[in-house]
Design a protein around this ligand. Structure first.
Ligand SMILES: [Zn+2]
Length: 147
């Protein structure tokens, strides 16, 4: 647990933030509600991704290549397969994010921003519990990406 929080926060502010979020978790009734909602949403997301991933796998296996003797069809099949693989890659990454978020709920670091060490807004957390950045840091990150 110590190792994951030191990864999230710079050494100088780590303890303050860490203690701060623990205090929040224990001190405020509302945070439990927010945490509960986030946990529910994460579970829902995970079910959704896993259901989707299962479907993708069966789609890939139920279309035998022999059914596409035409080169055009084969190319189409090939590009479909590439698309499917990209989709699965995204699913895999989302699943990893969901698991990380659940772990943060367990160890009490959930809701802390990786960028500035501040708190992520509760509405933002409930709407997008896999996020690790507050809205300000997210905006900055997106601006930098766009440059
Ligand atoms: Zn931030």
């Amino acid at each position: 647990m110590e190792t994951s929080s030191s990864l999230l926060y710079s050494p100088g502010t780590k303890n303050i933030i860490y203690n701060g979020s623990v205090a929040d978790l224990e001190g405020r009734g509302m945070d439990r509600t927010v945490l509960g909602k986030c946990r529910e949403e994460l579970q829902r997301l995970m079910d959704e991704v896993q259901a989707g991933a299962g479907k993708t796998v069966s789609d890939m296996t139920t279309i035998p290549e022999e059914n596409f003797p035409d080169p055009t069809d084969r190319a189409l099949l090939e590009s479909n397969r590439n698309f499917t693989l990209r989709l699965r890659d995204r699913e895999r990454k989302l699943l990893a994010k969901i698991k990380e978020a659940m772990k943060r709920i367990e160890d009490g670091t959930f809701g802390g921003c990786e960028g500035c060490g501040g708190e992520i807004g509760k509405k933002r957390l409930v709407a997008r519990p896999v996020t690790t950045l507050c809205i300000d840091c997210k905006t900055v990150a997106e601006e930098e990406e766009g440059r």
